[in-house]
Design a protein around this ligand. Structure first.
Ligand SMILES: Cc1cc2nc3c(=O)[nH]c(=O)nc-3n(C[C@H](O)[C@H](O)[C@H](O)COP(=O)(O)OP(=O)(O)OC[C@H]3O[C@@H](n4cnc5c(N)ncnc54)[C@H](O)[C@@H]3O)c2cc1C
Length: 605
């Protein structure tokens, strides 16, 4: 059964493109120098990426197919991860990849948080399910750093930072998914400074597994005197094993895995029902402020989920490209490309090119936007200038829902195209490309569905800030347009981007006025608004890439093929994909009236 690994595509880390984005487009080293981290040089980043790429390609990627085929198993409350997961995890910890961006005061190597994006991309692309066991640990570390008392930080963070223990996020209950205000898990005072947590959480990623000696659950629960709704939720830390004073796992706590879910994808990731039965927990943050604390974790995790979209897209693109170069069917329209062969390679056909170019344009645009958003985390946390910190936080706030939703929605298109390029050979399991679509599908759902992200962008971030966050993002894009307005070689991009920005501002104002009159207008317009914003951001990213590429070409670069491909892809994005933005703009013009008009009975007869 595992023979499928032999026919699957190996993972090739796209290091040249990652370096292009980090060094040439985003000038990451300058950014780090501005926050006092001039030790994070181009050379340091490159050597970390190269080493991590080797680990991802050689150790992690081979576990991807077994993870999908064998999947995770549940036996008597214990979860058994797929073949190879444990060995790869042990290497991940021993070689220091788990702690690469962890805080130095707790044993981490202290590389900036934003650099966790490119490193994470390599590992998630190699095997998304495997990376999920450590994915939420980074978010838990952040939440504990910000909200936990000192003694908890001292006891738990060294183990979480090293990767010796992993973390979870326990929010969802059967009746409470998007609506956390109706969650029922209870927390009773124990009298010794701890709390007794009881209730059942569902869909908990990595709630139970065999990779580490302890699991630290971050659990939302209600205190006995809690007000109803989201204002009555508190956050608790509940370990699987209660650590002794030296930090070693001691007595088993009252938390257990009731079962794991059968799923469409990410078969190697354990999605657990977790039963808390008088489990000992510690309050993190203030009583009734749990959702606020959890948002520290969720915002971080949302960028990670965006990264999952990029990762699955990259993998699907690599598979489609390899197949299109190899598989021979039909003749090229302009005459045989390989007259000595019975047929030409698929890549000679314009429709196959359309699909590959779409994949390439969406993948490379996603990489720039994701890394750019990651940089704002460090700017917000560490820039010496308060105004810059504020700007970083505000940009991160407006970009997080865009990165989470736009990258994961476009991953569904890119991974589906990956199957389409393979024809029937993509739909059957042998080539492994259908796994990318199945794995990518969840990313549009968890960490707040993409509908929730859209409402967050338009409702909370744009309108909730009185338009200030939109003006900040628009100002950044507008400043780019002004700086590059007179350049003839960018004439295909800058005027169009300038026009798009104007349309975005006008649409935002129109929607603000309509939403003030009818609250349903927000839900009716939000997804189209987010998609328009996504295309605007990608257009900005592609114009930035085009500017770098045309400068390199003018300067007589020795890598002409690389930069010419960038310029051509930028043009493809503007000509073939950007027109979709106008359709989203038009759709918002339709308003909420017809969306809401039918009674529930009128939907089907
Ligand atoms: C594989 C997997 C892993 C997961 N991992 C975790 C985890 O680690 N921790 C955790 O706590 N949870 C986890 N989840 C749960 C996940 O976050 C939820 O499934 C998600 O938040 C949606 O909740 P729900 O499934 O109850 O859907 P619902 O909330 O019932 O939503 C159903 C639909 O209605 C829409 N909707 C709901 N409310 C509104 C509204 N007010 N306005 C407009 N539309 C609305 C939603 O967008 C969605 O389209 C995981 C889920 C899965 C499947």
């Amino acid at each position: 059964m595992l023979d499928r690994t032999l026919t699957m595509y190996p993972y090739q880390a796209p290091l040249r493109d990652m370096r292009f984005v980090l060094h040439e487009v985003l000038h990451t080293a300058d950014h780090y120098a501005a926050i006092g981290r001039d030790d994070v040089t181009v050379d340091l980043m490159d050597s970390a990426l190269e080493e991590c790429a080797k680990f991802a390609q050689e150790v992690v990627a081979p576990t991807n197919a077994p993870g999908d085929i064998v999947g995770v198993r549940w036996q008597d409350g214990e979860v058994i991860t797929p073949p190879g997961f444990k060995a790869a995890y042990e290497r991940f910890v021993a070689d220091g990849w788990a702690s690469i961006c962890g805080p130095t005061e707790y044993g981490g190597q202290g590389l900036p948080e934003g650099f966790g994006g490119p490193i994470g991309e390599l590992l998630v692309t190699a095997n998304m399910s495997w990376k999920m066991y450590s994915g939420l640990t980074d978010s838990a570390i952040l939440a504990l750093q910000v909200h936990a008392p000192q003694w908890i930080r001292d006891l738990y963070l060294p183990k979480l930072v090293s990767g010796e223990w992993t973390g979870t996020m326990c929010l969802t209950e059967a009746q409470a998914g998007t609506d956390l205000g109706i969650l029922r898990t209870r927390a009773e005072v124990a009298g010794d400074g701890t709390w007794r947590i009881s209730g059942t959480k569902i869909f908990i990623t990595s709630g139970e597994h065999d990779l580490t000696g302890n699991i630290v659950h971050m659990v939302l629960a209600r205190l006995p005197d809690a007000p109803p709704g989201t204002r009555g939720i508190s956050l608790f830390l509940v370990p699987k094993f209660l650590p002794d004073a030296a930090g070693n796992p001691g007595a088993r706590n009252g938390v257990s895995c009731g079962r794991i879910e059968e799923k469409m994808g990410i078969h190697g990731s354990a999605t657990c029902v977790m039963n808390f039965s008088d489990a000992t927990g510690w309050l993190i943050g203030q009583p009734h402020q749990g959702l606020k604390c959890m948002f520290t974790m969720m915002n971080h995790a949302r960028l990670w989920v965006g990264l999952q979209g990029l990762a699955q897209s990259e993998r699907a693109f690599q598979g489609a490209l390899a197949y299109a170069r190899e598989r021979r069917q039909g003749r090229a329209a302009r005459g045989p490309a390989s007259p000595d062969k019975p047929a030409d390679a698929l890549i000679e056909h314009a429709d196959i090119r359309r699909m590959l170019m779409t994949q390439k344009a969406l993948v490379e645009g996603a990489r720039v936007l994701n890394y750019f958003a990651g940089l704002q985390m460090d700017r917000a946390a560490h820039h010496p200038d308060e105004t810059e910190r504020r700007k970083g936080a505000d940009l991160l706030a407006i970009l997080t829902p865009v990165v989470k939703a736009f990258l994961t929605d476009s991953a569904l298109e890119v991974t589906s195209l990956g199957i389409q390029v393979h024809g029937g050979h993509g739909y059957i399991r042998e080539t492994g490309v259908e796994q990318y679509l199945r794995d990518a599908r969840i990313a549009a759902i968890y960490e707040g569905t993409n509908g929730v992200q859209a409402a967050d962008l338009l409702g909370r971030k744009v309108l909730g800030s009185g338009g200030q966050l939109a003006r900040l993002l628009g100002g950044l894009i507008g400043a780019f347009c002004q700086r590059h307005a007179g350049y003839e070689e960018l004439a295909d991009f800058v005027p169009r981007l300038t026009g798009l920005l104007k349309e975005w501002s006008e649409m935002t104002e129109r929607l603000a006025a309509r939403i003030a009159r009818d609250p349903d207008e927000l839900g009716a317009a939000a997804v189209d608004y987010l998609n328009f914003t996504g295309y605007l951001c990608y257009a900005w990213c592609w114009a930035k890439m085009a500017a770098v590429a045309s400068t390199a070409l003018q300067r007589g670069t020795t890598e002409r093929a690389f930069y010419e491909a960038k310029l051509t892809t930028a043009r493809f994005f503007y000509q073939r994909l950007l027109p979709r933005a106008e359709a989203h703009l038009d759709a918002t013009g339709g308003g909420a009236a017809d969306v809401m008009k039918l009674t529930p009975d009128q939907f089907a007869f």
